[in-house]
Design a protein around this ligand. Sequence first.
Ligand code: FAD
Length: 288
Amino acid sequence: MQYCRVSSVAEAVDELTRWGAEGRVLAGGTDVMPRFLQGEQVPAALIDIGGIEGLQGISEVGGVTSIGALVTMRRLATASLIALRHPALSQAAAAVGAWQTQTVATLGGNICSAASTADTLPALLVAGAQLTLVSKSGRRRIGLEEFLEGPGTTALRPTELLRAVELEPLGERSAEGYLKVARRSSMDVAVVGLALRLHVSPSGVIDGVRIAMCGGDRSAHRVPAAESVLLGTQLSDESGAFTEARAALADAVGPGDSVESQYRRRVLPGLFGRLAGRCSAEISGVVA
Ligand SMILES: Cc1cc2nc3c(=O)[nH]c(=O)nc-3n(C[C@H](O)[C@H](O)[C@H](O)COP(=O)(O)OP(=O)(O)OC[C@H]3O[C@@H](n4cnc5c(N)ncnc54)[C@H](O)[C@@H]3O)c2cc1C
């Protein structure tokens, strides 16, 4: 196996073109290395992108937040811009493993691994994440929803590098958050994770809602059935629409009768109740 350490996006793209499906990008290595050491995935070349300075930035231009693929979970969990503009992502990053993992695990790695349990994905989905991918033939942008094709499967081509992620800002009269249930309170992947973003009009009507979940047999995904029952209702109508949304979320787990599915169905409504209560209190504080 060849080890290639690259120091620019151009060099990385050259190596990706050279190795194609035989090569594998190495970022923080928290997914790649365990698989490599266990002999599950042994590529002909590991292309180490860890030294590319240009993939490390967090910036905000015209209200849109751009995050480089190499930004670690620890940085996401501690950066004030992320806490302020994208609290769900900040909370999701803080929920990834323990701090040792967070120190090296990158956002790009979490997205490209596309595990069904990946914590940042629901938070990115509610922020309308757009990905920038680069290859020898230029760059293309793709929405995260379209990028995620199934657990562990994405629209990333073997010759492409994920460069950055752009997120829609959290506007006025809006709030968001992420909550996760795992077997242990830390260092374990999500049995279920839930992100919610709510936006209300000046009169308190919910005019924007995004709900996304991870865990289970599917990739992280939005839950349109739960979103649509909330849209157009009064934020203060917690007993009506919020109860319907809880039921829609339990349905979104699917028909499976495994113990895990039954458990997810049981915990999701409560998880939603806590998140919705938190978001609603935050917004009400602003509206009042
Ligand atoms: C002990 C432990 C606990 C964990 N707990 C959690 C958890 O609670 N929640 C959770 O979501 N995850 C968890 N993980 C999984 C892992 O830490 C994350 O998925 C992490 O974000 C992966 O990032 P990385 O930089 O280590 O990726 P790597 O392992 O370097 O790469 C992962 C995959 O993405 C590809 N890749 C990486 N960057 C790019 C790029 N820029 N362009 C193209 N392809 C790229 C690689 O080729 C590889 O296929 C855990 C892992 C460990 C070892």
